[in-house]
Ligand binder design. Structure first.
Ligand code: COA
Length: 261
């Protein structure tokens, strides 16, 4: 286990679990927590024994209760812009990560915590989870990508209402609107996350990475360009050992042994 003090990384069976660890403040994101989170993902980037990452929060109350309001209250216009850009960059590294990242939301995911979950590729939640972007109630707006990503995941209308009201969404409602894809009892959350991670870890790592690359790229460009990019990535995979292994294993009726090459 690596302990970056405020963020802990644990690797087992090709799955890294990254735990934000500031439970006494409901894992609120101050500069140190964000830097430790960034360092954790930077360290995982080059670990080829890691095929999937799970992000969760320490304690049984919160995933992350938001950016640290005690620190935000001091900001000036210039430092405010930097605070936002810094959080955006940390979450963008997660969104652009080479392998799937699952948010296992174990309680409050408010403000920056909701935005962290939105930057992950898959979100699952315990029945006790609560999502929301309460920023307008503090006189600010979501600044870690929430105004961009929420609408892409739950649609424009719902994103506008959630952002403008700052309302909290319970886990069942989050599942209904597509903000999360599974809800479990609190004690079953990590088991479900690991089960999902094991499924992902059994797939071709290059294929997972390129599927994510194609899907995210398509969100930013016109359809023709997105389709061209998809075809290029599809063709690129034909050069991989993983493709030959995946198809040969199917024909030989055995499980593939992917090497990510
Ligand atoms: N920033 C800084 N500290 C936070 C925090 C945040 N976003 N969220 C919680 N904390 C701290 C509280 O100040 C408290 O610290 P203290 O014990 O030193 O006073 C501790 O975490 C526990 O929180 P508390 O408010 O006592 O728990 P609660 O059960 O009464 O309420 C919440 C839980 C999540 C509803 C409430 O903490 C809350 O509204 N937090 C802020 C959420 C938010 O607006 N986030 C967006 C920020 S941009």
């Amino acid at each position: 286990m690596t302990d970056h003090l405020l963020v802990r990384t644990d690797v087992a069976e090709r799955v890294a679990t990254v735990t934000l660890h500031r439970p006494e403040k409901l894992n609120a994101l101050n500069r140190q927590v964000l830097d430790a989170l960034d360092a954790a993902f930077l360290a995982l980037e080059s670990r080829d024994d890691v095929a999937v990452v799970i992000v969760t929060g320490a304690g049984d109350r919160a995933f992350v209760a938001g950016a640290d309001i005690g620190a935000l209250v001091e900001m000036s216009p210039l430092s405010g812009k930097e605070v936002s850009a810094h959080g955006q960059a940390v979450f963008r590294r997660i969104e652009r990560f080479r392998c799937p990242v699952i948010a296992a939301v174990n309680g409050f995911a408010l403000g920056g915590g909701c935005e962290l979950a939105l930057a992950c590729h898959i979100r699952i939640a315990s029945a006790s989870a609560r999502f929301g972007l309460p920023e307008v109630g503090l006189g600010i707006i979501p600044g870690y990508g929430g105004t961009v990503r929420l609408a892409r995941i739950v649609g424009f209308g719902r994103a506008l209402e959630l952002t403008l009201t700052g309302a909290q969404v319970k886990a069942a409602e989050a599942e209904r609107i597509g903000l999360v894809t599974h809800v479990t009892e609190p004690e079953a959350l990590m088991e479900k996350a690991r089960e999902l991670a094991a499924t992902l870890a059994s797939k071709g790592p290059l294929a997972l990475s390129m599927a994510m690359e194609a899907i995210y790229h398509a969100a930013d460009v016109p359809t023709e360009e997105a389709l061209r990019h998809e075809a290029t990535l599809f063709g690129l995979l034909a050069a991989s050992d993983d493709m030959r292994e995946g198809m040969t294993a199917f024909l030989e009726k055995r499980k593939p042994d992917f090497r990510g090459e």
